[in-house]
Design a protein around this ligand. Structure first.
Ligand code: UDP
Ligand code: MG
Length: 317
């Protein structure tokens, strides 16, 4: 009998965990030939999430949990779950029931019958999401796919089942600042995409503010492409090229018509323009430098305080 681990990152999901467990376990209990384990990651929640999870663990042998010492973010949660998993098939799924657990059956089919290495869900509609947010999301996917070699699918959510082999490959990537959407693509393997309609959150609201999504986008871009650094070089070249042409024009004008004074606005404009580009380029270099710096500290990806999994260590490759 094959084993399946369901990794569930939870941050302030006190109202959802029990509901999630009930619904999901009733669905998976109908799937024959597999045994399912839940690994709940309490990502430093401030509500009663941990208490609820512990309650579930007391009643059900197949509930494992890891509780972080503070909020480390969903990326750290997913990593901890993958690290703790031992099953043949590993699935990451949200606690808020926005990822329909009914798809687990289709995912198992894709891997074990159709022979894929992983199966991932893709949202086809962004109903119930603010317009401005979805258009920024689209812009982000367009940009990152133009700039980097890995292809990051628009609408892909972190709801995915993988084989043990693929999970091990993911755990082999040592970076501390993790961008899973890119990592899943980077490791390769065959992925089947299944589509689903956006499900609105039952209780609570998305943990993502606009600002945190913006930071996430910058993280994603810097983690998977160094193209912005080249952009700085390109800008520099174009501007100095333009300056040189301008110099030639002025030189010729002076030789033909004699000296001209005037030109105060143009001087200022050019100065500001070049100044702006220099500052922007420094900023881009700074972004990469900051990440290099953080990465060089090689800190653990998560620190846990409580768990019912034996032998778990704080997260570092
Ligand atoms: N989550 C987490 N740590 C965080 C933020 C979110 O573990 O710092 C979990 C959250 O409990 C949920 C999942 O990640 O199970 C997705 O979060 P959310 O629903 O807020 O994001 P969205 O569905 O809007 O992408
Ligand atoms: Mg959600």
């Amino acid at each position: 009998m094959k084993t399946v681990d369901l990794i569930v990152p939870c941050y302030n999901e006190g109202e959802m965990v029990e509901l999630f467990y009930e619904k999901t376990s009733s669905i998976v209990s109908e799937i024959m030939d597999y045994s399912f384990n839940f690994i709940f990651i309490d990502d430093g929640s401030r509500d009663d999430t941990l208490k609820k999870i512990k309650g579930l663990a007391e009643k059900n042998k197949n509930v494992k949990y890891i509780s972080f010492s503070r909020n480390f973010g969903k990326e750290a949660g997913m990593y901890a779950g993958l690290k703790a998993s031992t099953a043949d098939r590993v699935t990451i799924i949200d606690a808020d029931l926005q990822h329909p657990p009914e798809l687990i059956r289709d995912m198992l089919y894709a891997i074990d019958v159709e022979g894929y290495d992983s199966c991932s869900a893709r949202r086809v509609s962004r109903d119930g999401e603010p317009k401005i947010r979805s258009s920024f999301a689209r812009l982000f996917y367009k940009m990152i796919n133009k700039m980097s070699e890995v292809e990051i699918v628009d609408g892909a959510v972190d709801f995915r089942m993988m084989t043990r082999q693929m999970v091990d490959a993911i755990l082999d990537l040592p970076e501390v600042q993790r961008f899973s959407k890119g990592i899943f693509c980077w490791v390769g393997f065959n992925t089947k995409w299944i589509e689903f309609k956006n499900v609105e959150r039952l209780v609570g609201e998305s943990r993502w503010s606009f600002w945190s999504l913006f930071k996430y986008a910058i993280d994603g871009i810097t983690a998977f492409t160094t193209f912005p650094l080249r952009l700085a070089t390109i800008f520099g070249t174009v501007v100095s090229g333009a300056a040189f042409i301008y110099l030639l024009i002025e030189l010729i004008k002076t030789l033909v018509w004699g000296t001209s004074a005037a030109g105060y606005p143009s001087t200022i404009i050019i100065m500001l323009f070049i100044g702006g580009i220099i500052i922007m380029s420094l900023g881009i270099i700074g972004e990469y430098l900051a990440r290099l710096y953080m990465e060089s500290k090689n800190r653990p990806i998560f620190v846990f305080k409580d768990s019912n999994i034996e032998g778990l260590k704080n997260g570092r490759k």
